[in-house]
Design a protein around this ligand. Structure first.
Ligand code: NDP
Length: 270
């Protein structure tokens, strides 16, 4: 993989998976624009990237606000003169079942994930077309295929991202634009840490989440960034409209790791 001469936009690039992705794309030679609502975190990320000799810039925007995304995307494209890669990654985690979820929480979750991706792709694609084509990677989730309890809005939003990605892949294939999803399992980021902190014992919570994965641990942001970079690169030139699950084997065991560890079905340990 090499990305010399490429320009990339990463939404939610100030922290977590987006931050690791910005770094990875920079290391591969891309010039990177971070679009994020968290200016403080973004400035720190940009400073760290520039300190290590990379070319990166920050445009503050809330992905739920169309005018802000439009302006930020236009500013990034004007600055670098092209756009070849979009990583639509900004997201939030919210909890509730269909009864306890308020309309406001439903709207907030759907707005950040679904409307945010709609806005980012809507304003990135014309710039990609003007640049001769490009690659879009949408950060979805294992919850695009399955569900965890008490997370109906998040699960619905992540399912919807598969549909947006497939539609883009189909609508723009003839114009040299590819679109794919990366679907992570649990990844050690500020988002996951915040969720864990809401429980009485965060370290115990993180450890038990780790054990749900066949590899026995939570993933690192750079491990997701590697997959994103591959799908964004020319090495993935015949891959479009699909999803790459990056979950340390979370979705593999029938009945979950607890069932596996019980020994039932092994024929030996029962
Ligand atoms: P983090 O919270 O660590 O980082 C997300 C970044 O996106 C933050 O800088 C955040 O700003 C920003 N952001 C949030 N909402 C908006 C918005 N409306 N407009 C602009 N920027 C925004 O999250 P992760 O790195 O963990 O998650 C990244 C993506 O990966 C998300 O889509 C998430 O759903 C997905 N994912 C994460 C998993 C995990 O275990 N971590 C697992 C599977 C998928 P602020 O600090 O202000 O919130």
């Amino acid at each position: 993989m090499q990305m010399e001469g490429k320009v990339a936009v990463v939404t939610g690039g100030a922290a977590g998976i987006g931050q690791a992705t910005a770094q990875k794309l920079c290391e591969l030679g891309a010039r990177v624009a971070i679009l994020d609502r968290n200016a403080e975190a973004a400035q720190a990320t940009i400073a760290a990237l520039e300190k290590s000799g990379h070319t990166a810039s920050f445009y503050r925007c809330d992905v739920t606000v169309e005018s802000e995304v439009k302006a930020a995307m236009a500013a990034a494209v004007a600055h670098y003169g092209a756009l070849h890669i979009l990583v639509s990654n900004a997201g939030i985690q919210r909890y509730g079942d269909v009864v306890t979820t308020t309309s406001a929480l439903w709207d907030e979750t759907m707005d950040v994930h679904v409307r945010g991706c709609f806005h980012a792709t809507k304003y990135a694609i014309p710039a990609m077309l003007a640049s001769g084509g490009g690659a879009i990677v949408v950060v979805a989730s294992v919850q695009s295929f399955t569900a965890i309890n008490n997370s109906v809005a998040y699960v619905a939003a992540k399912h919807a991202l598969l549909g947006i990605t497939r539609s883009i892949a189909l609508d723009f294939a003839s114009q040299n634009i590819r679109a794919n999803c990366v679907c992570p399992g649990a990844i050690e980021t500020p988002m996951l840490r915040e969720t864990a902190e809401q429980t009485g014992s965060p370290e115990k919570m993180l450890e038990s989440i780790g054990r749900m994965h066949a590899l026995g641990r939570i993933g690192r942001p750079d491990e997701v960034a590697n997959a994103i970079a591959f799908l964004a690169s020319d090495d993935a030139s015949f891959i479009t409209g699909t999803s790459l699950i990056v979950d340390g084997g979370l979705l593999v065991p029938t009945g979950g790791m607890g069932f596996q560890e019980s020994g039932i079905g092994t024929g030996e340990k029962v």
